[in-house]
Design a binder for this molecule. Structure first.
Ligand SMILES: [Zn+2]
Length: 137
């Protein structure tokens, strides 16, 4: 967990400051989305349809919506972890470097995804191999 708070802009300058701000912003967005999906997921599981005859088909779609919300929550939780992790690394030499090959991650990529862990090349390799990088073996 990061102990950096919003509005707390520490010693970062230049690019790091930009990434820091962008990370804090991304974190706010993800937290907002998680809150939203959590509410939605709770709403789905609530028996607020009391008195309404529920057809099997409706129940089915309700369940899959519930599952989708939970799935999104998990995804967002993962992104949140990446963001927290990136905030921790921002201070170190590792920030902005691919954790697989050690190459610097392109600025364009960092701007879109300041919490990126891998360069495009390694991300592609991982995606093709179910999340692992066989080149590391
Ligand atoms: Zn790489």
């Amino acid at each position: 967990m990061s102990n950096l708070k919003k509005g707390d802009i520490p010693r970062f300058t230049g690019k790091k400051k930009k990434y820091y701000q962008s990370l804090i912003q991304s974190r706010d967005i993800v937290l907002g989305q998680m809150q939203f999906h959590r509410d939605e997921a709770l709403d789905c599981s609530n028996s607020d349809k009391k008195g309404v005859t529920t057809h099997m088909a409706d129940m089915g779609s309700d369940n899959s919506r519930h599952e989708m919300e939970l799935h999104l929550l998990t995804e967002e939780g993962n992104v949140l972890e990446l963001i927290e992790d990136a905030l921790q690394r921002l201070d170190s030499e590792d920030f902005g470097k691919c954790q697989d090959c050690g190459e610097e991650i392109s600025e364009a990529r960092m701007e879109v995804k300041p919490y990126a862990n891998y360069c495009i090349k390694c991300t592609t390799v991982r995606e093709k191999n179910g999340g692992i990088n066989p080149n590391l073996e």
